[in-house]
Design a protein around this ligand. Structure first.
Ligand SMILES: [Zn+2]
Length: 329
């Protein structure tokens, strides 16, 4: 692998190297860890290592050969990716069938073919069963990489046939390094993103957006005010979501990031209400007005709203309901 691209996850790397050294690399891996922790990047680099035509070392990609470059461009004939289509909330059986068919073919360039299921959380019964056949009787030389946010989201029949690779949140120093790699230079921004990223670079980088923080200011001001206006807030929030573009994935991501920042504000408010903080004037304002129990209820409402967004419930419904709760506490 072009390992230097990957920060952290040394334990996963060692696990693979050890299995490989014992000649027991296996043909199916379940990469489990929170969103944004780096599973997809790791899986792509792993695929490169498996398909590299000029590997400088065992399980290591050169990064330059046609094999490596075609994996990076997702155009390698022996490399395939299955993901949930934008307009679906499950991985349809047709997508999985096509994926399995491609992996069943004899590799055209080398001895291996590699398939990544990016949204293994989204299998439905039909697509999981279709996938199981390939998992039980893999084509010679094929390697499967499944990405999941948690092993508990997988069927036992899938779980038992995979080597589980667990991805843990990165420590703050690694987070700082990744963010610096991505050009986050301002020290205050860096620390803010490290704090909110929960050890997941993908989450931290998603929050590195000035427009988002500007909207946070507007939203917090509204919620903390003496007489919040739920309708006005919902309208402003939807306008902000629409600015993310027409693609619904981008809109959902933006709605969810707002919730994330609001939850951070509510957590400060809760600490303030419990007498453990007093640094934020608007948190103090809201804490004084509603009290700790109501803040807890709001945090739960935010969590639920985020879940609904993940389940692809219509955004306007989620936003209106949540804006109402946040303003009428
Ligand atoms: Zn290569």
């Amino acid at each position: 692998m072009t390992w230097q691209k990957i920060r952290g996850h040394d334990d996963v790397r060692r696990q693979l190297d050890a299995a490989n050294a014992r000649g027991r690399l296996g043909h199916a891996f379940l990469l489990a860890g929170p969103p944004g922790v780096g599973k997809r990047l790791f899986a792509t680099e792993f695929a490169k290592a498996l398909l590299c035509e000029n590997p400088p070392a065992v399980l290591t990609a050169c990064g330059h050969c046609p094999g490596c470059q075609q994996v990076a461009a997702n155009s390698h004939p022996d490399f395939t990716v299955a993901r949930t289509p934008e307009d679906k909330h499950e991985l349809p059986v047709e997508v999985v069938r096509q994926f399995c068919r491609k992996l069943g073919l004899k590799p055209s360039r080398g001895r291996r073919s590699v398939g990544i299921v990016e949204d293994a959380d989204d299998f439905n019964e039909e697509s999981a069963n279709c996938f199981l056949k390939t998992l039980e009787e893999p084509a010679p030389g094929s390697v499967l990489l499944l990405l999941t946010t948690g092993t508990e989201r997988q069927l036992p029949t899938i779980l038992s046939r995979c080597q589980v690779l667990r991805f843990h949140p990165l420590p703050p120093d690694e987070m700082r390094a990744v963010l610096a790699d991505h050009g986050v230079g301002d020290a205050a921004t860096l620390e803010r993103l490290v704090r909110l990223g929960n050890g997941c670079p993908g989450q931290a980088l998603a929050l590195n957006d000035d427009a988002l923080w500007q909207f946070r200011e507007v939203a917090v001001q509204l919620i903390a005010s003496a007489k919040p206006d739920p309708v006005g807030f919902a309208v402003k929030w939807m306008e902000f979501i629409d600015q993310a573009g027409k693609e619904s994935a981008a809109q959902r991501a933006r709605a969810s990031l707002v919730i994330r920042l609001l939850m951070d504000f509510l957590q400060t408010t809760l600490r303030t209400a419990l007498g453990n903080d007093g640094t934020d004037a608007r948190a103090t304002q809201l804490a004084t007005r509603v009290g700790p129990d109501a803040v807890l209820t709001l945090l739960e409402a935010c969590n639920h709203g985020d879940y609904l967004i993940d389940r692809k419930v219509q955004l306007v419904l989620v936003v209106e309901s949540l804006a109402g709760k946040l303003c009428l506490a």
